[in-house]
Write a protein of this length. Structure first.
Length: 123
């Protein structure tokens, strides 16, 4: 591939644009933006199930409890298992595979189809 040299007018336009961009960048240097987020108010429902503590340890480090609370109440165990496994692979949640069954059990029985408040459990 061959390139043609810029004409004097094009070269002047490029130089002027580059100088203009540099002047703007120097006049308005980038600054860190500070954002104050509201305090977290959503909580996981307390439980004696082992998955409750594992959920507190493993899930809250990346997202709020609201993420779970907004899932469909009729979600079956297979949905929760797929969701937890997705958090581990490919998203990289740092919990051992051995924790997955307990977390899934807690989520399914507390927020999913096996909970007392789901339409499926009430039938």
């Amino acid at each position: 591939m061959t390139t043609k040299p810029l004409t004097p007018i094009c070269a002047a336009i490029v130089r002027t644009a580059a100088l203009g961009a540099a002047a703007i960048a120097m006049a308005h240097p980038a600054q860190a933006l500070e954002i104050d987020l509201p305090a977290e108010t959503a909580l996981y429902k307390q439980s004696d199930m082992p998955g409750y503590q594992l959920t507190l340890q493993s899930c809250l480090m990346c997202h709020s409890a609201q993420y779970v609370q907004y899932q469909p109440k009729t979600s079956p165990r297979t949905y929760w298992e797929a969701t937890v496994k997705k958090m581990k692979h490919p998203f990289g949640a740092p919990f051992p595979d051995s924790d997955i069954p307990a977390i899934v059990d807690y989520l399914t029985k507390t927020y999913g189809a096996e909970s007392a408040t789901s339409g499926a459990a009430a039938k």
